[in-house]
Design a protein around this ligand. Structure first.
Ligand code: NAD
Length: 554
């Protein structure tokens, strides 16, 4: 995909002079060679010294580190991205542990909240209800015709922050940067989209500087028609694109996925990506405890997209390990905002996606009671509600488990169900802990524990790369299971020794490549790949990965 791109820029189309310096895809700033400066009308527009990409990176890194807080660092990075894409990706890729929390969670949450006030240059497409009937035309306004990867949100459930309306654009922008940095999907293939269907966030509706439509969210038929038109328009304008549904409210997320997954090459990262990363963490934890997947009992706090997505993938994995579907489902229980999800629960009828996990057992109202009643081996927090894994609950988990699995996955950090320090402290260091947003290592009684970050970034870039590389017609749950197993297989003994059930983020490109290969293999197995199978799948996909380096322009 990479080499095709470079040769596609013919000599006649090559911008010159100032136009070249303001083209982020081609801009090299002070790194243009002497020859390029003469041939492309750049003489005088740049200071005389020619720098290397490495020198530019070091300078940019220094500037980044001098910024006083994460939001300023985020602004610095987005400005760099808009100026010089190659340098931005070199910097992000080579310093991924430092930059990931800035480009993505937790800083991206803050950036979304403040998106209106930090808004400098638009990035991506905003398609609002006002454009109904003209969505295909708006998609064609994007300057690149060959889009392959779309991340779209309607801003209703941004991370654990709720309805941020049009401010949610920070999420598709951030996720697509990760597709490039972590899996080498070429930046020009990537299109972030925000569908502005209004917002129910009263603060935003009253904010005189809010950038989106100042009206309540469209629901029911109006929403459905808008989304249907959007899906048709994407299929027509960008027939080769893979679309990732991102941060939709859960009433729409499940529906949109089910209605469209066979019509449009698409998946939902909050449901399927989260599921794969959590199941990979669970498989990783078994390597620490020596237990079997089919023996696990999982209690979820939060029965939304993330929770039921993880449970569904657990069921698929447990079935593969020999359990019946019913036995596998019985091993997953949920506590939501109304208490334990059980059959015939009093009050509101259960949402459709919870019904497969509404078991025939006694209702209890709280998580603490549910832990007592069910004695789970793993506690997975996907509620968006902080501080819900209390000392009493975590200590109880450590009473009946030698190594309780405690995954506090709610994002951003402020929403985590408990901190890494709490999980280790309350279990005397026996917990196998992972979180959605990063936590620093914790030292307890002289031993240092390094918590793993159950971040979807381990999964979605590789899945996207694999699906695109083989021309998949559909992204199936089996592909996500293959991705989870592959990710778990990438956890080294050294990671496990640190207490971490995920590989180091510094290995993310290798991990994404392995996942891409596993996803493509699965696509070939399921007869869903349209590209001819190359002799060496891994080498073929590796060659397609974008690498941020400068190419000679003359
Ligand atoms: P969702 O809105 O679909 O579901 C939230 C669920 O939590 C609902 O079932 C709700 O009833 C329940 N809930 C809310 N407050 C509760 C409380 N006090 N007690 C019990 N249950 C409560 O949201 P989602 O997409 O499932 O995401 C939930 C959280 O998971 C978010 O914070 C999100 O950031 C996080 N998440 C993390 C990752 C990751 O780290 N890999 C991925 C996806 C989502």
């Amino acid at each position: 995909m990479h080499s095709e791109k470079i040769s596609a820029i013919g000599a006649s189309a090559m911008p010159r002079g100032h136009a070249l310096l303001t083209n982020p895809a081609l801009n090299k700033g002070t790194a243009y060679t002497e020859r390029e400066r003469d041939a492309l009308g750049l003489r005088g527009l740049l200071p005389p010294r020619v720098f290397t990409l490495e020198e530019q990176k070091q300078r940019a890194l220094g500037n980044l580190r001098r910024k006083p807080n994460p939001l300023e660092k985020y602004i610095f990075l987005t400005t760099l991205q808009a100026r010089n894409e190659t340098l931005f990706y070199r910097l992000v890729q080579d310093n991924i542990e430092e930059t990931m929390p800035l480009v993505y969670t937790p800083t991206v949450g803050q950036a979304c909240i403040e998106y209106g006030s930090i808004f400098r240059r638009p990035r991506g497409l905003f398609i609002s209800l006002r454009e109904k009937g003209r969505i295909a035309e708006i998609l064609r306004h994007w300057p690149v015709a060959d889009v392959r990867m779309i991340v779209v949100t309607d801003g209703e459930r941004i991370l654990g922050l709720g309805d941020l309306g049009a401010l949610g654009m920070g999420i598709p922008v951030g996720k697509l940067s990760l597709y490039t940095a972590c899996a080498g999907v070429h930046p020009s293939y990537c299109l972030p989209i925000t569908l502005d269907v209004g917002t129910d966030n009263e603060t935003l509706l009253k904010d005189p500087f809010y950038i989106g439509l100042r009206q309540k969210r469209a629901r029911s038929a109006e929403y459905d028609e808008f989304l249907r038109e959007f899906v048709e328009a994407v299929k027509t304008v960008y027939p080769k694109a893979l679309l990732q549904w991102e941060d939709f409210g859960n009433t729409n997320a499940f529906r949109l996925l089910e209605e469209n997954r066979k019509k449009l090459l698409s998946f939902n990262d909050d449901i399927q990506g989260t599921a794969a990363v959590a199941i990979a963490g669970l498989i990783g934890s078994l390597r620490l405890t020596g237990q079997k997947l089919a023996d696990q009992r999982i209690l979820f706090l939060g029965a939304g997209e993330a929770g039921t997505g993880i449970a569904d993938l657990f069921v698929a994995a447990a079935q593969k390990a020999g359990l019946s579907e019913a036995d596998a489902r019985a091993r997953c229980c949920f506590v939501d905002s109304q208490g334990l999800v059980v059959k015939n629960r009093p009050g509101r009828p259960l949402a459709h996606h919870k019904i497969p996990y509404a078991h025939d057992r006694a209702f209890v109202a709280t998580l603490a009671e549910a832990v007592d009643a069910l004695k789970p081996t793993a506690l997975i927090g996907v509620s968006g509600t902080p501080r819900t894994f209390t000392e009493q609950i975590v200590r109880r988990m450590a009473e009946f488990n030698a190594n309780p699995v405690i995954f506090a996955l709610s994002n951003p950090t402020s929403k985590a169900e408990c901190t890494a320090e709490e999980a280790y402290k309350w279990t005397d260091g026996r917990a196998i802990f992972a979180s959605g947003s990063p936590f620093d290592p914790v030292t307890l009684n002289g031993k240092t524990y390094t918590p793993g970050q159950g971040n979807n970034v381990y999964i979605f870039p590789g899945v996207g790369l694999g699906a695109l590389a083989c021309g998949a017609r559909e992204v199936t749950d089996r592909m996500f299971l293959a991705a989870a197993e592959t990710l778990a297989g990438q956890v080294a003994k050294a990671d496990l020794d640190l207490g971490r059930v995920y590989p180091a983020l510094t290995k993310i490109r290798e991990v994404s490549l392995k996942i891409a290969v596993a996803v493509a293999e699965e696509a070939y197995r399921e007869n869903l790949a349209t590209a001819p199978r190359p002799a060496d799948l891994e080498a073929d996909i590796a060659a397609k990965m974008y690498e941020p380096v400068y190419h000679d322009l003359v």
